[in-house]
Each structure stands twice: as structure tokens, then as C-alpha cells.
Unconditional design. Structure first.
Ligand code: PLP
Length: 391
């Protein structure tokens, strides 16, 4: 591991970065600037699902870049059209608005919910979200985020948001009245430390939204596109959202998000209501089409399920007594005390990337292409790191 010394870091200090500089990657392995290899159980925070530098994705990007990089959304492009059709096929006909990030997909969902519900004039503009939830850092998404420490320095936030405890049907029932346009939830809370709600929670949220006339907006930015062993995490719960947000792995690492909505809801937007210069550009769309092809052709949804079981079993073995939770290849270990950073640091020194999602929780979101052998090796390194720290 070598520390980047080639140039001063002139970026704003919003990240406490790890002392390692990566120069290349292949599948679930990253290589630093000294040539050292690491097993990657972070995947660029649940982004590199098809693995690093997938040759088909790289070629799709290069081919499209040689043809056309950008024309704006004033004009039609074939890759964006095909991607919208592809996502519609995967979601029973939902319509897409393409963005450049997860936060922007959430912004779009918030605006769409208010537009659909009639907003302040109709007395229906509130959004209900969950404590601990994470939806991004732009002001609307930050307001939806249920984490006061991230919010407080930037107040005043956007009016009209209410937070309720996650996984609490009674609290949701009390909060969702006729002034609520939408309920925004992660099917599994990622940044909060991989919190899986009780069976029936999403279904109850679905029924409640139905009953009260609010939209169910599911944030599948982290859980979507195979990560949890289903194309979308909501499928596990047997519910369908009205609006869904995707991003992260969608374009294989190029910046791309999408807000999808059932046609009758999407139709609330009129020309001029929402816009983006870059969102859904042909290069990102071509990458995303190839990512979806790879997920399908390499059977990565099923792989996430199978590999997830192996990872979970390994973690249970190594962290006996600690809570191991998650689904598919979105797993976490709750260490019960604030040593997650220390364990992640030791793991890094031993050639493994894991994420300290919270001070006490380690999160593992490896590429869906990670091999069984790499999972075993990762678990071995993590176990050794934990034993050192625990001692
Ligand atoms: N929603 C969820 C569930 C996320 O995990 C994230 C990012 O971690 C976001 C939204 C924000 O996405 P982005 O960082 O692309 O804006």
C-alpha cells in the first residue's frame, strides 16, 4: 500500500480518505499504485456490481463515446430510449427520468410526488421518511435522510418532511394522513448499517399508502439491480412501489441514476417541470444497457443470492455471537462497539476493502462477480483483523 504523494490534494476535505491510491481493477480485485492487489468488498460503495473494468462495459462506453457523447435531453438518443424500454420491461412498464446520481433520482421522486398529489394547493405535499434512512446529500434528499447529524449544519432544510422510526408500522400509520404525498423508504437501510426491516413492513407500508392515497417511493439506489439477490429488493417482500429510485450500479460506475414511476404517476410531470443537462446521456445509457445485459447473461442476480449465503455463513463463523445481517451481497456485521474503522484499517493493510458504515458496523457489498474463493479469503482476512482489534 502506498500513499498518493504525486500531487497535493486540492479537493475539499469532505472525505477522510484511506491511505491508498488505486490505479486499476478487474472483477472483484483492485490494484494500487505499487502493484499490490486487494479483494474489494466495497465495490465503490455498491456500484461495481459487474466487477471492475468489465471488458464489455468498457467497450460499450468507448464505442458510444466514439459515436456521440452528448446532445442534451432536448433530443432523442437511441441508447436512452432503449434503456428506458429495458427498465420498463424489468418493472412492469415504469417510465424513467434519468439523472446523474442517486440524490438527484430522489429529488425527482420528491418533485414528482408533490406534482402528482397537487402539492400545497391541494393540501397534499408532505413526504414521510424514516429515521436512519439515507437518500443523498442534495438539500431535498438530505431532508429526506433521517440522520440529524448530517442535516443540522445545513438547516433550514426543505419544509414538509416528517420522519418516523423505521420498521414501525404504527408510527407510519400515525404519520400518513391526507396531507402526505409520498412515503420514501429504503427496502433495506444501507448507510444506517444494513438494517433489514421485519417481514411484512414494506407490505404494510404499501397497503397504508393505498388506503391513504399516498405514493410509495422506494429508494433502491443501493439495493436495486441484483444486489440483494432479486432484481429489486421489493420483490422479496412481494410489493410494488409507485415510484422507485435507482443509481449506483446502474451504469457500471459512470454517474447515472433513474427515477422510475408507474405511467399514471409519471404522467403528472409536464414539459418544463423537471430537467437535467447530462442525465441519461448516450454514454451512460450505453454503459447501463451493457450492465443490464451482463447481469442477465452472467446470472448475477442468482449469484448474489448464492454468494451471499456463503458470505453470511463465513461471517457468522468468524464473528460468532455478533449480529450478521443483510441479504444477498449486501451484508453487515454489527461489532457492538465502535471499532469498525480499526477493523477496516487492519483489513486494508492485509489486502481487503470493507466499509465501516457506522462506527460499530462493517458493511460488505462486493461486486456480484466475486468468486467463492475470494469470499472465503475475504472472510479469513476480516476474521484475523477482528481478532487483532478485539484483543
Ligand atoms: N439513496 C441511497 C439508498 C444511497 O445509499 C445513496 C448513496 O449512498 C443515495 C441515495 C445517494 O446516492 P448518490 O451518492 O449517488 O447521490
Amino acid at each position: 500500500m502506498s500513499v498518493a504523494t504525486s500531487a497535493a490534494d486540492m479537493t475539499m476535505a469532505t472525505y477522510r480518505r484511506w491511505p491508498v491510491e488505486f490505479v486499476s481493477g478487474r472483477r472483484a480485485v483492485l490494484v494500487d499504485d505499487s502493484g499490490r492487489e486487494y479483494i474489494d468488498c466495497v465495490a465503490g460503495i455498491a456500484v461495481a456490481s459487474v466487477g471492475h473494468a468489465h471488458p464489455r462495459v468498457a467497450s460499450a462506453i468507448a464505442d458510444q463515446a466514439h459515436r456521440l457523447i452528448h446532445v442534451s435531453n432536448l433530443y432523442v438518443t437511441e441508447p436512452q430510449n432503449r434503456l428506458a424500454q429495458r427498465l420498463a420491461d424489468l418493472t412492469g412498464g415504469m417510465r424513467s427520468f434519468f439523472t446523474n446520481s442517486g440524490a438527484e433520482a430522489i429529488e425527482c421522486a420528491i418533485k414528482l410526488a408533490r406534482r402528482w398529489a397537487g402539492g400545497r394547493e391541494a393540501g397534499r405535499h408532505k413526504l414521510v421518511a424514516a429515521d436512519g434512512g439515507f437518500h443523498g446529500r442534495t438539500l431535498g434528499a438530505l431532508t429526506a435522510t433521517g440522520q440529524p447529524v448530517k442535516q443540522r449544519p445545513f438547516e433550514p432544510l426543505v419544509p414538509g418532511f416528517v420522519h418516523v422510526p423505521y420498521d414501525d408500522v404504527a408510527a407510519l400509520r400515525a404519520a400518513v394522513d391526507e396531507s402526505v404525498a409520498g412515503v420514501v423508504l429504503e427496502p433495506i437501510q444501507g448507510e444506517a448499517g444494513v438494517i433489514v426491516p421485519s417481514e411484512g413492513y414494506l407490505l404494510a407500508a404499501r397497503e397504508l399508502c393505498e388506503e391513504r392515497g399516498a405514493l410509495l417511493v422506494l429508494d433502491e439506489v443501493q439495493t436495486g439491480l441484483g444486489r440483494t439477490g432479486d432484481w429489486f429488493a421489493f420483490q422479496f417482500d412481494g410489493v410494488e412501489p409507485d415510484v422507485m429510485c435507482l443509481a449506483k450500479s446502474l451504469a457500471g460506475g459512470l454517474p447515472m441514476g433513474a427515477c422510475l414511476a408507474k405511467p399514471g404517476i409519471a404522467g403528472a410531470f409536464e414539459p418544463g417541470d423537471h430537467a437535467t443537462t447530462f442525465g441519461g446521456g448516450p454514454v451512460q445509457a450505453a454503459a447501463a444497457l451493457t450492465v443490464l445485459d451482463v447481469i442477465e447473461e452472467e446470472g448475477l442476480v442468482e449469484r448474489a443470492r448464492v454468494a451471499g449465503r456463503r458470505l453470511e455463513a463465513g461471517l457468522r463463523d468468524v464473528f460468532g455471537g455478533k449480529e450478521v445481517r443483510g441479504r444477498g451481497l449486501m451484508m453487515a456485521v454489527d461489532l457492538g462497539r465502535d471499532v469498525a474503522h480499526d477493523v477496516a484499517e487492519r483489513a486494508l493493510q492485509q489486502g481487503l476493502l470493507v466499509n465501516d458504515a457506522t462506527p460499530s458496523v462493517l458493511r460488505l457489498t462486493p461486486p456480484l462477480v466475486i468468486s467463492g474463493g475470494q469470499i472465503d479469503e475475504a472472510v479469513g482476512i476480516l476474521g484475523a483483523a477482528w481478532r487483532k482489534v478485539a484483543a
